[in-house]
Design a protein around this ligand. Structure first.
Ligand SMILES: [Zn+2]
Length: 54
């Protein structure tokens, strides 16, 4: 085993499944989703650098 994700710190998860976008991007301590912004903004988080329908 040389490649992969080494689990450094013991099992403390920082992100859980987001209720809104369903991605594993909801930050437990910050209480917001890194992907859709759930918990931070009422609207879907979007930036001009994010992939968007043209
Ligand atoms: Zn989300």
């Amino acid at each position: 085993m040389s490649k992969g994700t080494p689990s450094k710190s013991g099992g403390k998860k920082t992100h859980i499944m987001c209720r809104r976008c369903g991605k594993h991007a909801f930050h437990v301590r910050k209480k917001r989703c890194a992907s859709c912004g759930f918990g931070e903004t009422a609207k879907l988080r979007s930036y001009n650098w994010t992939k968007h329908k043209a």
